[in-house]
Design a protein around this ligand. Structure first.
Ligand code: ZN
Length: 211
């Protein structure tokens, strides 16, 4: 059993749920639910799962899904703002949608756009859609992203957040073996508190942090 939380490093963790496929732990400091490393896929197996996701910019349903992040961010950025799409995946689409609105967007993806130079740059907006649930070290990675924001920058995260009406036992989202950490609104508020940032939620799945 892991002995500390991968988001906040607290040792105040306890068993949350288990089934034949995995164990899930929860952290009482930041409210993250996560699977210990022993249940994480190898990089090869993880990538083969993503290779089978056929998202692309021509998919109107996927565009509508990503509009949940695009539209809130557009409300807060200025012309000429520069963005990063972190976890852009095998068929980058959100970056294309921002580019159609006149913005420049860099891509980073562990498997499909592994360009470490982005971590030396600063951005006015950073998006992380359907990616934080895959992170083995969400604390390190999110702290790094937040540090890459310019003053007045915005970090937008989309992930299915755990809330009171979710029955974890039957929750499909946990059954994807590449999903290894699950955030709640409390977890997001914890991050906002340690960063000293303002935070705004859009429905159950989208949150913006303002630097
Ligand atoms: Zn924690």
């Amino acid at each position: 059993m892991a002995n500390y939380c991968p988001l906040c490093n607290s040792t105040h963790i306890s068993a949350y749920f288990s089934n034949k496929d995995a164990e899930y732990l929860s952290c009482s400091q930041c409210d993250l639910v996560f699977t210990p490393e022993t249940f994480h896929l190898s990089d090869v197996d993880e990538k083969s799962r993503y290779d089978s996701h056929q998202n692309n910019p021509k998919d109107l349903g996927y565009r509508a899904f990503l509009s949940q992040v695009l539209n809130p961010v557009l409300d807060y950025i200025q012309p000429n703002s520069k963005g990063l799409d972190f976890g852009s995946g095998p068929g980058p689409t959100l970056s294309v949608m921002f580019e159609e609105q006149g913005y420049k967007v860099d891509l980073f993806d562990k498997f499909y756009a592994n360009d470490q130079v982005v971590f030396d740059r600063k951005y006015d907006f950073i998006t992380a859609t359907e990616v934080v649930e895959h992170l083995a070290k969400p604390g390190d990675e999110l702290n790094s992203l937040y540090s890459m924001l310019n003053t007045n920058g915005v970090l937008a995260v989309m992930t299915k957040m755990i809330h009171n009406e979710i029955d974890f036992k039957s929750w499909y989202y946990k059954d994807d073996p590449t999903h290894i950490c699950f955030f709640s609104q409390t977890t997001m508020k914890y991050l906002a508190r340690i960063w000293g940032s303002n935070i705004k939620f859009y429905g159950n799945d989208v949150v913006l942090f303002f630097k």
